[in-house]
Design a protein around this ligand. Structure first.
Ligand code: PMV
Length: 334
């Protein structure tokens, strides 16, 4: 049996929209910071039939619906296609048994699918290592087949999912931009709602192209934003990172809200937090930025010096659950 551990990531340049929905090949590059917590652990072993079990951290079993099981089945099928392409069709000869232990509440904007599928990819990498020694970029392809953003959590620190070209299963993979020791940023997460979101990102990606603003968004990322974000990280230029991250986040939500049907993930609490944190940043000259994924949860990313004041601000928001996280080291075997 092989056990792997992983954590979510928070995107500065968001992945939204695919050029191939089936293979989760993104339309544009994206970039994120991998977090250190909350974590997911997965055990895998060879098995005659596919079995998937999921547990909360307290040991209680989570009922998995047919849709969830199907996603793992599909992911295994696609992983086998990829292994076939790599010349090792029998690396996973039959099915597998998968046991997930997750410390992440699902559907609140903390990317649990990113942690789960990066973790599973790492566990598969470990399971087949006597047959083929996959490198982390190859493992990032396997993660991407389950959840595009999962691809980035393979690496610690800061990583980019590169859209690449063509339609091959491995035409898009992640690369590391800088490791976890490069810049000790924190992510203080404020979750206004613990309810599962209505429309998941898989369905959201599939309608992204219906927004009249989608093409401009892809153009902005491709011609400028992704590179600005990489530069800001390499130079540890927080102000530049803040500008490009907030611009890209609001642009993604604009695309979501103008798609057919429209997807409105942000709520009044989100907008109130954004406005208050912007005031706090100005009045206290605080290096802090906000960004939101497919949910109302606000991620406040800040430097070490700003952390305590951002944590105080977060805990003063009565209607939110707060998670204190920082840059993490990526997926690994335990
Ligand atoms: O990996 P998915 O299919 O759950 O998509 C993630 C989409 C966002 O979280 C909204 C953006 C991102 O890049 O993480």
């Amino acid at each position: 049996m092989i056990t792997a551990i992983s954590a979510p990531n928070i995107a500065f340049i968001k992945y939204w929209g695919n050029r191939d929905n089936e293979l989760r090949i993104p339309q544009a590059d994206s970039l994120s910071m991998t977090l250190n917590t909350p974590t997911v652990e997965i055990d895998v072993e060879h098995s005659e039939i596919l079995s998937v079990k999921s547990f909360e951290l307290d040991g209680s079993e989570k009922e998995l619906g047919e849709k969830h099981i199907q996603r793992f089945r599909k992911h295994l099928e696609l992983t086998k296609h990829y292994l076939n392409k790599l010349g090792v069709p029998d690396a996973i000869p039959n099915e597998v048994s998968i046991t997930v232990r997750s410390g992440i509440p699902s559907g609140i904007g903390l990317a649990s699918s990113a942690a789960v599928f990066s973790c599973l990819a790492c566990a598969y990498q470990g399971l087949i290592r006597e047959t083929i020694d996959l490198d982390d970029e190859q493992s990032s392809v396997i993660a991407r087949l389950g959840s595009g953003s999962a691809s980035r959590s393979i690496f610690g620190g800061f990583s980019a999912l590169v859209a690449g070209e063509g339609s091959g299963i491995d035409s898009s993979k992640s690369i590391q931009i800088a490791d976890e020791n490069h810049w000790p940023l924190h992510d203080i997460v404020l979750a206004p709602s613990m309810h599962e979101k209505k429309v998941g990102s898989t369905e959201g990606h599939a309608i992204a192209q219906t927004s009249p603003h989608f093409a401009d968004r892809i153009e902005a990322i491709t011609s400028r934003r992704q590179q600005e974000c990489i530069d800001s990280i390499l130079k540890k230029d927080f102000e530049k990172l803040q500008r490009v991250t907030e611009e890209d986040c609001m642009d993604m939500h604009h695309v979501m809200e103008t798609s057919t049907p429209p997807l409105k993930y942000l709520n009044d609490v989100t907008h109130r937090i954004i406005s208050e944190v912007t005031d706090l940043r100005t009045s206290q000259h605080l290096p802090v930025l906000y960004t939101m994924d497919a949910g109302p949860t606000v991620h406040l990313v800040c430097t070490e010096e700003a952390r305590d004041r951002v944590v105080d601000f977060a805990h003063a928001q009565a209607d939110c659950t707060v998670f204190e996280t920082k840059v993490g080291k990526g997926t690994h075997l335990v």
